[in-house]
Structure formats: C-alpha cells, structure tokens
Design a binder for this molecule. Structure first.
Ligand code: LIP
Length: 257
C-alpha cells in the first residue's frame, strides 16, 4: 500500500474527521451507556462510528467492523474501527482518547491511523512503509533512555482480577514500571514512538488494537500474533514491546492468562 492509496488517504482523513466530531460533541455528552463497570458508550461514539461507516461505504464496497455497530469481514478489504478508544478518558475530559482505524486486505492489516485530537497527535502506518507521528518517522525505544522499562497495561473484566494482579506482581518483581491510561490504541502508539517500552492486555478487542499493532511493527517493535484463534472477531491477548523486553513480557503475560 502506497501513500497515494485511496484507502490509506481516507483512513487518515476519517481519523481526523471523527476526532473533530467527538471533540465538538464533548460539550453535550448526553446519555452515557455503561457496557460494563468500566466500558462506556456515548452519543459521540455512535455518531463517529456512523460517520466513518457512511463515508467508507459511500467510497468503497468494503465491509466495516466497528466497536459499537459490529459488522462482518465479508469483503477483501475490511475496515476495523474504534470510534472513540479510551471512552472513559473522553468522558472524564482527559486527553487520553483517540479514533483508531485499521484497514485489512485478505486478512492482513495494510494500514492504520490513530488520531488523538486533544493533543493533535496523528499516528499513521502502512505495511512496509514505516510508522509516523504527525508526518515524522517514529521508532520504538530500544531502552535507549537507560531507565527502568515502562509497560502500559490494559484492563477489562473479560479476564479475572487475580490474573491482572499476578501480572502486576510479576512486572513489579522484575523492576518494570507499569501504567494504566485506558486507551489500548494510544498505549500501542506510544510504544511505537518510544514514550513507553511495552503494552500488554490479557484480552483486548481487534478494534482497539489492530492499527496500533501495525504501528509498533513498522516502528521496529514486536507483537504477538493477535489475529490467531479468531482474534479479529473474538479478541485476544496482546503483547507489544521494544524487542529488548518482548520475550520476557510475553512470558509473563502467558503465565497469567
Ligand atoms: C478501551 C481499550 C483498552 C481497555 C479499556 C477499554 P474503549 O477501549 O482500548 O485496551 O483496557 O478498558 O476497553 O472501550 O475505551 O473503546
């Protein structure tokens, strides 16, 4: 896929358009639906996903899988979209939320765009074309900072609390710092640009993860085979990191789940 590929161009445009729409709608959040104790859906989530779905289907005969409206992967190209990733952070008025769009072809993620409007950060990647933040090339940390590694953890009730506590214990015992910010897509993007050294979650959904996984891979990092075992429709565990800590982090996550 080249920079001039129309699907890549539309994914980048829609990440920005969706982010701007969500930012405008924040002034009047409306009814918040709790999907679980920590996962929410707002009118903005629904409006952004509808906007993206309308624009995609008006341009291409492609299928789309969205967090709120679902869908099926029944065409060669499939768009996998989280309209607002980090909805809890969005509701609280933080900067920790984004629009995440991945475009697959024949089951392989070809390009991705993640846009965080509050701090105007646009992360993009094309397979084989590198990873970028606001147009500038990015790369994983390779632990060049010389400090203790920082790993961001995602969290959901889809795995037992005891498993997450076990993982926290393992990381702490290994003198690895952990963070929790509530957006898997942004956590992966920050691995890709070296702001943290890894991201792990015992179970995450494809719409949260696919664009960020491509970013990390194109930025020189390593990720587990997220799409194995029906990861696209069922979700999966996720480990993404700078190569220097990947094997250790993967072993810790595998031991917990
Ligand atoms: C979020 C994910 C994150 C997870 C959060 C939440 P959402 O997605 O990106 O990985 O840890 O609990 O599920 O629901 O904000 O789109």
């Amino acid at each position: 896929m080249t920079d001039s590929d129309p699907r890549f161009a539309l994914a980048v445009a829609l990440a920005r358009e969706g982010g701007a729409l969500a930012a405008r709608m924040y002034a009047d959040l409306g009814r918040i639906t709790a999907k679980t104790a920590i996962d929410f859906c707002t009118a903005a989530d629904l409006a952004v996903e509808s906007h993206i779905r309308t624009r995609v289907t008006a341009t291409f005969a492609d299928a789309m899988i969205g967090e709120e409206g679902g869908g099926s992967a029944d065409t060669d190209h499939v768009w996998v979209v989280d309209p607002i990733d980090g909805t809890a952070g969005y509701i609280h008025g933080t900067t920790r939320w984004c629009v995440s769009i991945a475009v697959m072809r024949a089951g392989i993620v070809e390009c991705g765009a993640i846009y965080a409007p509050r701090d105007d950060r646009l992360f993009t990647a094309r397979r084989g074309g590198g990873a970028f933040l606001n147009g500038r090339p990015i790369g994983v940390s390779h632990l060049g900072h010389g400090a203790a590694p920082i790993v961001e953890l995602g969290w959901s009730a889809r795995r037992p609390l005891s498993a997450y506590c076990d993982l926290l214990h393992r990381l702490t015992a290994a003198e690895i710092e952990f963070r929790r910010h509530g957006s898997g897509a942004l956590g992966l993007a920050e691995v890709a640009c070296g702001l943290n050294d890894g991201y792990a979650e015992l179970h995450i959904n494809a719409w949260d993860a696919l664009a960020g996984i491509l970013l990390v891979e194109e930025a020189g990092g390593r990720c587990n085979d997220f799409l194995a075992d029906n990861g696209l429709t069922q979700g999966n565990r996720l480990v993404a990191a700078t190569p220097e800590i990947y094997d250790r982090l993967y072993a810790d996550v595998r031991a917990c789940a």
